[in-house]
Design a protein. Structure first.
Length: 229
């Protein structure tokens, strides 16, 4: 399935190496750096240097058919914590964080997480943030994946641990409960959309900070990859 998160962790280790190597000769750093990049590209050919560089800016322009609905039952108590960029730091987020509660308050509550479209699902079956569900979608001949991370628990109907074991799910089907696994103390849902090349796509096709996004009050926002009524 997707390899984005694996590549992210490799690059994080690489950057940590450079920081620790600051007292060494410049030539040694350059040689070691190039060797590491070449090794990473060999291990992860579909998420190489070009794709990583692309993920540091705005998401790719939307060219496909909208097919998503919100990954929860919309309501007045639901809020968006971060958009394509983190609200706290402005750094790249590559997904959307939703909470059950106010942005300026804590004590957020759990909520049922549901499939955003029909597809094939598996739980904890690839690199992830805590407990997570992946769903593969086929839309007009194209393949996409939705990701539901930091879950407190996963539905017993979702097979765990192997990409070869999936189950068909319908839009709106229960996948699990929002939680803080992999992000202790911040109870939320990390929702992400990827194409077949493991490229992160902004579900809203905005590529901005939270304040530019619509509030999650309607199950059919009619923007970006979300279908309208």
């Amino acid at each position: 399935m997707l390899i984005y998160w694996r590549f992210f962790y490799v690059m994080r280790t690489y950057l940590s190496f450079l920081n620790k190597a600051g007292t060494k000769a410049q030539t040694g750093i350059i040689v070691a750096s190039l060797a590491f990049i070449v090794a990473a590209s060999a291990l992860f050919p579909s998420a190489g240097i070009t794709a990583f560089a692309g993920n540091t800016s705005a998401p790719p322009k939307q060219t496909g058919t909208p097919f998503l609905t919100l990954p929860f039952e919309a309501g007045s108590n639901m809020s968006m914590l971060s958009g394509w960029y983190y609200s706290s730091s402005g750094g790249l987020h590559n997904g959307i964080d939703y909470i059950n509660g106010g942005v300026n308050s804590r004590g957020w509550q759990t909520f049922p997480v549901i499939a955003s479209a029909d597809g094939l699902a598996c739980g904890n079956c690839s690199s992830r943030q805590g407990n997570a569900v992946w769903v593969q979608h086929k839309v007009d001949g194209a393949t996409y994946y939705t990701y539901y991370g930091h879950l407190a628990s996963i539905s017993k109907d979702i097979p765990l641990g192997a990409q070869s074991r999936t189950v068909a799910v319908k839009r709106g089907q229960f996948l699990g409960w929002a939680g803080d696994t992999g992000s202790r103390g911040a109870l939320h849902l990390h929702f992400a959309l990827y194409n077949a090349s493991s490229r992160a796509l902004d579900p809203y096709s905005l590529g901005k900070l939270r304040q530019h996004y619509p509030k999650p009050l309607d199950n059919s926002p009619g923007i970006g990859w979300f279908i309208g009524e």
